[in-house]
Design a protein around this ligand. Sequence first.
Ligand code: CO
Ligand code: CO
Length: 322
Amino acid sequence: MLRPVREVFEGRDAPDLLVGLGAPDDAAVWRLDDSRALVVTTDFFTPVVDDPYDYGAIAAANSLSDVYAMGGKPFLALNVAALPPDLPPEVGAEILRGGAEKAREAGVVIAGGHTVQDKEPKYGLVALGFVDPRRAFTKGGVNAGDALVLTKPLGFGVMTTALKQESARPEDVAEAVGWMKRLNDRAAELGLEFELRGATDVTGFSLLGHGLEMARASGVGLRIDYGAVPFLSRAQAYARAFTFPGGAHDNRKYFGDDVRFAGDFEEWERMLLFDPQTSGGLLLAVPAEKLAALLSRAKEREQPVWVIGEAVKGEGIEVRRG
Ligand code: CO
Ligand code: CO
């Protein structure tokens, strides 16, 4: 999708652009000086839940996540909103309030933005952060032997689709909303503390799609143990009922050729790993010698972490029963 842009701009036009025009990554990184760089990103989407406040908070957490995925600390944001003309003003206000309170929780100020009219609501942020460019995480920073650590469970796509089809139980929706509203700030701090170099966040391209982007950018393969992958408590039940969003099928079509499932997997199990996530967790590549200390520090900081596999020599992703 970015090809027309890449045909116009070349890396040598912008020597301070450290990340942006090359392999896909979570955000652009612009060097200010040797120890400071700006992280810039934007994201917005249509409602994933019914409650307008939660929708705003999830969209904001999701937009800020790409700053965290680079090891950055967000500090400034702008609203990007499209609201239907017939939407009651108090509903629009709740969306923006949800976003603003989430930003404030992150230590980010929203200094304005832009709203247009559109049939379907859309909301998100333009987010800016700072990172020390010597310590930034990229998708290309993974080495064979690194453990793969995920910081939120999966299943948000299948769950929110069940909600749209009115087949979701309220307690299941509440569980998903709680995770989607959660900031990736502590996960990023953990990565910085342990001087990790490889990270991304798991969003629309699913665990396997974003995992493949990391594998390709790093020149490694990934091995994922299915049994170690965390899911929302009832994600597997919804997956059996096959309430997958269209994006899950797209992801499978787009990334499936580079994924090998070793062993017997049900169709719905494969699809769960292609399930697009909204405001998903970070996927961190952790050198083996740092893993034990990182896991115990995560516990201390009450940051959930799951070791779901490892990077290996080779290419593509192999999913094992685990
Ligand atoms: Co991202
Ligand atoms: Co994004």
